[in-house]
Design a protein around this ligand. Structure first.
Ligand code: ATP
Ligand code: MG
Length: 369
């Protein structure tokens, strides 16, 4: 059986058996609903099944970090036994994609749950940023993963994260949702928008101007589109379409002081990476994560990054090979995980059950990452 690969994010869990060059077979909201026993009224664990008696919904991961381990364990259980069809008693191997700066304790807890709760047959874990570089057929480059809860900026040299040069920003699609909701409620007084509608509007209409001047022009006067809401009301979306995307390039829109993503990346590489490795890293930038697929993002990023370059140092975005699936950049950490699983497990680089039993959870720091 192929190994299971799981990239659980703040919003979506991507999972599937390791078949390279394909999208994950499972992409689901990483949300668990608390099930209450109707007779006793007591909590009866967590479920992903929306038809169960829903009491409460929890997203176990916030800004990339596991905050509710019970719900996380139940989410993994659902993926293994329901989603992937593992049989209890003959569990397979698993590769987990972790965000940047995952704590040592969290890494140990993950490997412990995998062996002790699920009795997996082999375990490996690696950073999402490394996997996203593999997804585009490279081993070195800079990954910029803009998800729902965080932005990971990571130079990767020959499969290894350059730890002193990484940066995690606690900004993502959820903050854009919030901003768009505020803007639309200002321009459409009296209308209350459901969070899922705001997210859909962002994904459908959000667009990024070519540069700041172009954005200023759009704010001055851009035509509005009308959208009919599920309840029949209509709202107008005008400059908000551009403002939500502009926030990715002007962090002050989200109340954040700091460099833009492109500037942050270039600074990280110039200040923290040895000079001989800087050029190959900056010339292989991988933009990934759901939020990076907003219309116009790549070209604005390329434009801003180019302005920060020099004749001998030209920031350049690389694209996945044409034969890769359409959603490669949304699912790049999972896709890279599927590629790596085909190497790690057959070559016995993973943690075996015997090794785990002998060394305990701390073995994860020696054999993974
Ligand atoms: N076309 C689009 N335009 C703008 N945002 C989009 C688009 N498509 C998806 N997104 C956003 O991408 C986000 C989900 O991306 P992703 O699956 O990479 O996040 P995640 O892995 O769950 O979170 P994280 O990596 O931050 O922990 C959501 O906020 C979603 O609204
Ligand atoms: Mg993610």
């Amino acid at each position: 059986m192929e190994a299971a690969v799981i990239d659980a994010g703040t919003k979506y869990v991507k999972a599937g058996l390791a078949v390279p060059d394909q999208d994950p077979s499972i992409v689901l909201p990483a949300a668990m609903t608390k099930v209450i026993d109707e007779d006793s009224g007591k909590e009866n664990g967590w479920s992903m099944d929306e038809s169960e008696w829903i009491k409460d919904t929890v997203y176990p991961i916030q800004r990339g970090v596991v905050k509710d381990w019970d719900a996380m364990e139940d989410l993994w259980r659902y993926i293994f036994y329901t989603g992937l069809g593992w049989e209890m008693g003959s569990e397979g191997q698993v590769l987990i994609a972790d965000p940047l700066l995952t704590s040592k304790i969290s890494k140990e807890k993950t490997v412990q749950i995998m062996f002790e709760a699920f009795n997996v047959n082999g375990f490996y874990a690696v950073e999402q940023a490394v996997l996203s570089i593999y997804a585009v057929g490279r081993i070195s480059g800079c990954a910029i993963d803009i998800g729902h809860g965080k932005i990971d900026i990571a130079p990767v040299w020959e499969g290894a994260i350059q730890h002193n040069a990484v940066k995690k920003l606690e900004v993502g699609g959820q903050d854009l949702n919030f901003l768009l909701g505020q803007e639309l409620e200002k321009s459409n007084p009296g209308i209350k928008l459901d969070p899922s509608v705001i997210e859909m509007l962002k994904e459908t209409y959000g667009v990024i101007a070519e540069d700041q001047e172009e954005y200023a022009k759009k704010v001055e006067g851009c035509s509005s589109v009308e959208h009919t809401l599920p309840d029949g009301q209509t709202i107008k979306i005008g400059q908000e379409r551009y403002t939500v995307g502009e926030a990715l390039f002007q962090p002050s829109f989200l109340g954040i002081e700091g460099y833009s993503i492109a500037e942050q990346l270039v600074r990280s590489v110039l200040l923290c990476v040895p000079s001989e490795s800087q050029k190959p890293l900056i010339e292989n930038i991988v933009l990934c994560g759901g939020t990076s697929t907003m219309k116009g993002f790549d070209s604005r990023f390329q434009k801003e990054a180019s302005l920060l370059g020099t004749p001998s140092f030209r920031p350049f975005i690389i694209k996945p090979p044409e034969y890769m699936p359409e959603n490669t950049m949304k699912n790049s950490a999972w896709i890279g995980g599927a590629i790596l699983a085909k190497v790690v497990f057959p070559q016995n680089q993973h943690i075996t059950k015997a090794e785990y039993d002998e060394s305990g959870p701390s073995i994860v720091h020696r054999k993974c990452y």
